[in-house]
Design a protein around this ligand. Structure first.
Ligand SMILES: [Zn+2]
Length: 227
């Protein structure tokens, strides 16, 4: 079945109610090998945050698994910048929602993952770090090559080792989730108390950020309707 955002917007509320209680299954093709596969779709309520749609595809053919989060296209009024000082191995189990528009920054490693590089994910901090390592080190297209890339290969290997150390709790870093759409979340394990290791900043988007999110056009349309 073809699923588009337009169709989603037109779904009556009763279908949302249905989705809260069951998993919708539809047929797709595996993005990796092209074999017929099924995608499970579920509406999930994230405590202290909001509801998101999680789509999971498992391929019986090649074993490929994806888990994608859709925030329903809605953009919050303010952007969010979440900063966590990772100080303890238990931080790895924190739930984390990285929306499609969220950048991931680790200043200590001089690392920044731009928006859209990894898609939307609902995972844990450990899951995100493993996805980053997978994307940067394992799947990197520049890894196999001639001697001119040796230096790069070495740097990538070092990066992978540092990620492993963070996961093992041997390297303390700051993890920053910067989402101009405000749709990302990191679990506060002290809730409802404040988290001493985490800061959450709300900010007004710049014109460029609105442009990147395609919001400047939408605003024009909205104002026209009001007149
Ligand atoms: Zn497959």
């Amino acid at each position: 079945a073809v699923f588009t955002e337009e169709e989603e917007a037109e779904e009556p509320v009763s279908d949302l109610e249905t989705m809260r209680n069951e998993v919708l299954v539809f047929n797709t093709n595996c993005p990796e090998c092209g074999a017929p596969a099924s995608t499970n779709m579920k509406l999930v309520n994230i405590p202290h945050f909001k509801e998101v749609i999680i789509m999971a595809t498992n391929c019986d053919g090649c074993g490929h698994r994806t888990n994608e989060v859709k925030s329903g296209g809605a953009t919050e009024e303010l952007g969010t910048r979440i900063s966590l000082h990772v100080t303890d191995p238990s931080d790895m189990t924190r739930d984390l929602l990285k929306s499609e528009t969220c950048s991931v920054i680790i200043p200590e490693l001089e690392f920044e993952l731009g928006m859209a590089a990894l898609g939307g994910k609902f995972t844990t901090l450990e899951g995100l770090l493993k996805d980053i390592k997978d994307l940067i080190v394992v799947k990197n297209p520049f890894v196999c090559g001639d001697s001119s890339t040796d230096d790069r290969v070495q740097k990538l290997a070092q990066f992978g080792e540092k990620i492993d150390k963070i996961v093992a709790g041997e390297l303390k870093i700051h993890l920053i989730l910067d989402d101009p759409a405000g749709n990302s979340y990191l679990q506060n394990v002290y809730a409802p108390e404040e988290d001493p290791e985490m800061t959450v900043e709300k900010y007004t988007r710049t014109f460029e950020q609105n442009e990147e999110l395609g919001l400047n056009d939408m605003k024009t349309e909205g104002y026209q309707e009001e007149n």
